[in-house]
Design a protein around this ligand. Structure first.
Ligand SMILES: [Zn+2]
Ligand SMILES: [Zn+2]
Length: 310
């Protein structure tokens, strides 16, 4: 019978392929919290007590709810208030509080739909011609909605949750489309011209570890999507399947993962060399005289009271 390689526990075990270890839920949690704290340390933007708004993705993965819990546990000692923006009109929003249980009283929920129409944003993305454009557009919704909401409630730290595995896929699409505003979605952190810091605390955590933690903790958000969200999920699946072999290649060794990060930085600097200004919603460099990049401008058509922007 197997037991946890770190503490010897025999319950709630997970075989972690990436390290060849067997871990129990508690040891896995410790490992993930350490990875998140390390990323926050590298970002160096989140100070003691700063409130952070977590942006809900347009199509939350099964591990969204558990990532919020992990982030909460990672910053709790620093007394960072954690707020989560949630679309109350989605068919599944009511499940969150049940999943979070006791923690739900500690997390502050901000209803995204007071400020932004996520469904309209999804429909806009789906109206694009190419599957790749639809995908990168959908991937940007959390940034655009999160930053917009943050400016409305005067919070200057927004967390978007993109696991380590999503980063190379988004980067490849950014290169294929020659689109810096897609590439910037892979960054560990970035600033917007309106002074919002966008951070990705799970930049170095794999989807597999997050999913395992979700299952072991009973925090799996396993829900059916309806309407435009169901169609968006099909786009995600089609493009993710096509790119699924990528992580096997990139993360086979630390060296390739490191050079992939360096390559993204390099391509990024080449694609956005001369621009001086930054997009108010996503932080990508844009020409002086403009407030928003093309993609944010396209999505921002769905923002409420745009006549009185940011
Ligand atoms: Zn253990
Ligand atoms: Zn933008």
């Amino acid at each position: 019978m197997s037991s946890c390689h770190r503490c010897g526990g025999v319950r709630n075990l997970y075989y972690r392929r990436s390290s060849g270890e067997v871990l129990c839920r508690r040891c896995l949690e410790r490992l993930l919290i350490r990875a998140i704290r390390r990323s926050l340390g590298r970002i160096g933007r989140v100070r003691y007590g700063d409130p952070i708004l977590v942006a809900e993705p347009a199509i939350p993965g099964i591990w969204f709810a558990s990532s919020v819990v992990l982030l909460y546990k990672s910053v709790r000692d620093h007394r960072n208030r954690l707020l989560v923006s949630i679309d109350s009109r989605s068919s599944y929003s009511k499940y969150y509080s049940r999943l979070w249980g006791d923690l739900a009283s500690e997390l502050e929920v901000v209803y995204t739909d007071r400020y932004v129409d996520i469904d309209a944003m999804i429909s806009r993305c789906l109206s694009q011609d190419s599957q790749l454009d639809r995908y990168v557009c959908l991937k940007k919704i959390d940034t655009v909605a999160g930053v917009y909401v943050s400016t409305k409630i005067n919070i200057d730290k927004v967390a978007v949750l993109r696991s380590r595995d999503q980063v190379p896929a988004i980067a490849v699409l950014g290169v294929l489309l020659r689109d810096p505003s897609t590439l910037i979605e892979t960054h560990l952190y970035r600033d917007t011209s309106a002074g919002v810091h966008i951070i990705n605390p799970i930049h170095d955590v794999s989807q597999e570890d997050l999913a395992a933690y979700s299952y072991l903790s009973g925090l799996t958000l396993d829900i059916g999507f309806e309407g435009s969200r169901a169609r968006a999920l099909e786009v995600f699946r089609a493009v993710s399947d096509a790119l699924s072999g990528l992580n096997e290649i990139i993360y086979r060794s630390r060296e390739t993962a490191f050079s992939a990060d360096r390559a993204i930085d390099f391509i990024d600097s080449r694609l956005s060399s001369s621009a001086k200004n930054r997009c108010e919603l996503c932080g990508v460099k844009i020409d002086v005289g403009r407030d928003l990049c093309e993609r944010c401008l396209f999505l921002a058509g769905s923002l409420k009271d745009l006549s009185n922007p940011l």
